[in-house]
Design a protein around this ligand. Structure first.
Ligand code: NI
Length: 208
């Protein structure tokens, strides 16, 4: 039901917006966004369990994770990051991040029980960050091209090749499911620097 908002009762477009606003104020809307776990939480260094059967609750988890990722402005999110030790991650990345066209194609979805392998030996070095380690970015080396297989939230097979940022995301998120944070993938020197930044950050001090 559309609820009239006292501020704008004149036109339909703002009425719709008011309906969205009032929906947001209801608790069930907020329930879809799950709490992000930050570095220092043991769940982030725990290995996630394979999903035996894709069920309605897997679908709910995926939909909540997509919404949590979007609201945090991320390009990927693993289940550990919302406190669930199941091998599930979601992603939303450009298919070709070297394409400067603002209308470039994006690939978005979920991969359950992901398994990836490198395609070729080419590596990429680029800035990586993590929603569980806010405001810390560091050059991280990853394979440039990978092939990933698994299931989607409907239990259908997923099998595709990815390059650039999408390939980086697949490697980063699968690491999460193994209890590995990107800090571990840095050179010794970069890791030292990143750890210093983490130790001095407000979120780390207030969580640990
Ligand atoms: Ni991450």
């Amino acid at each position: 039901m559309l609820e009239a908002c006292s501020r704008h009762t004149q036109d339909r477009v703002t009425d719709l917006w008011c309906a969205i606003e009032s929906k947001r104020e209801r608790e069930d809307w907020n329930d879809m966004i799950r709490k992000l776990r930050l570095m220092g939480d043991p769940v982030l260094v725990s290995e996630a369990e394979p999903v035996d059967e894709v069920t309605a609750s897997t679908k709910t988890l995926v939909s909540d994770m997509l919404e949590t990722m979007d609201s945090a402005g991320g390009v990927g999110l693993a289940a550990n990051q919302v406190g669930v030790l199941q091998r599930v991650f979601v992603y939303d990345c450009p298919v070709d991040d070297s394409d400067p066209n603002p209308d470039r194609e994006y690939k978005r979805g979920a991969i359950i029980n992901p398994v990836w392998e490198p395609v070729g030996e080419e590596m990429q070095l680029g800035q990586e960050g993590c929603l569980s380690i806010p405001d810390v970015y560091a050059d991280t080396e990853r394979y440039m091209n990978v092939r990933v297989t698994g299931l989607d939230e409907n239990g259908d097979n997923v099998d595709f090749e990815a390059t650039g940022l999408l390939a980086r995301c697949i490697q980063h998120e699968t690491d999460h499911l193994d209890g590995v944070l990107f800090i571990k993938r840095l050179t010794k020197e970069r890791r030292k620097e990143a750890m210093k930044e983490i130790r001095n950050s407000e979120w780390f001090l207030s969580n640990n």
